[in-house]
Design a protein around this ligand. Structure first.
Ligand code: ZN
Length: 349
């Protein structure tokens, strides 16, 4: 997902004009189902994921992606802005921005990055962030790219070209970026390691398990990994293809994305996942949890440890809001046709 602050504000203006009329679409038989999913999302969210339920369900409730975009923009005055990097677990650092997540993980054989920001941002933001947490960029041996959108893969070619880092992505997303090359120069890494569901990438003393979670793109992946907090073991799952799109996710991708959410739920339960990492950390407000780690008192809990029940509820919010969003998508398609660009109040880049 890629947004700009200017885009958000333009979207916000549209929202105000477009949403109320759409929300009154009471004739559709899907509306009852939609409302049930929204209620279920809020039920699952409880107090800790209320923000996520708003962020993910508002597009379905009001009929425009713009709502979620506006919500994000209102919350953060500078959405593309810099964000002070911080250690989140032992040897694991958040080195991304407010909008776009990047994690740097130290291993006994170099550093692994998960995602890599926009083209050009390796030099301007990512490397300065790595240096701030004491990582020499030449130590980056691997970049795992969650999906082939420029805000996640844009810096990968820099590490490939300068430090011979390996770049891993699914075959579906290597194909995806080769079929529709990004316009920005240097935006795409050269085809390198192809990974699939269940593959393990071992670098030194760390192993990363790949989960195939398409929908947001044809080959989005998620990453399961062991982390430690002051020596205490936890299991983290980074959902790499999350989205809140209404118009942005076409109908054929919707059941695929729903399957991916089920896959994440099953794997999270089987592996006792208790930490949610995000490619866009404002989606569930994990950005605030990450920020809290800067002032963590000795002995205080790590706010990113949400527990197994927390992870289950986190995924439930995604599932229910996606179901609601799909209802709304069908309602809009029935009323205005299948091209979302022709729907009123949409924000389609
Ligand atoms: Zn994306």
């Amino acid at each position: 997902m890629r947004t700009t602050f200017k885009g958000l504000m333009a979207a916000a203006a549209l929202t105000v004009l477009g949403a109320p009329a759409l929300a009154q679409d009471s004739a559709s038989p899907l509306l009852g189902d939609l409302k049930q999913h929204v209620a279920a999302a809020h039920q699952a969210a409880g107090k800790d994921f209320g923000w996520a339920a708003d962020m993910l369900c508002l597009n379905a409730e009001y009929g425009g992606d713009v709502i979620g975009e506006f919500y994000a923009g209102k919350r953060m005055s500078d959405i593309d802005g810099d964000f002070e990097p911080v250690q989140v677990f032992d040897g694991v650092y958040y080195v991304g921005l407010r909008e776009i997540g990047v994690y740097a993980i130290k291993t006994s054989a170099g550093v692994v990055l998960i995602d890599s920001l926009l083209p050009g941002q390796a030099e301007t933001l990512l490397i300065p962030h790595l240096k701030k947490v004491g990582i020499d960029p030449a130590q980056v041996k691997y970049v795992i790219v969650t999906h082939g959108h420029v805000d996640h893969m844009g810096g990968a070619s820099y590490f490939q070209d300068h430090y011979k880092a390996k770049v891993a992505m699914t075959g579906q997303d290597w194909d995806f970026i080769e079929k529709a090359p990004a316009a920005e120069p240097g935006a795409q890494p050269k085809r390198d390691q192809v990974v699939k569901d269940g593959d393990k990438i071992t670098v030194g003393d760390r192993t990363f398990t790949i989960l195939f979670t398409p929908g947001h793109t044809p080959g989005s992946l998620s990453v399961l990994m062991d982390v430690k907090d002051h020596g205490v073991a936890h299991k983290a799952l980074l959902f790499g293809g999350a989205g809140w799109g209404l118009a942005a996710m076409p109908m054929p991708m919707r059941p695929i994305y729903a399957n991916s959410l089920n896959h994440l739920e099953t794997e999270a339960a089987a592996n006792h996942v208790d930490v949610a990492l995000e490619g866009h950390p404002f989606l569930s407000n994990s950005l605030l949890r990450i920020a809290q780690l800067r002032n963590r008192k000795e002995g205080a809990p790590n706010p990113l440890v949400i527990g197994e029940d927390g992870y289950k509820r986190y995924i439930s919010v995604f599932k229910e809001c996606h179901a609601a969003s799909t209802d709304r998508y069908q309602m809009l398609a029935a009323k205005y046709g299948t091209d979302p660009k022709k729907w009123p109040g949409q924000f389609v880049e």
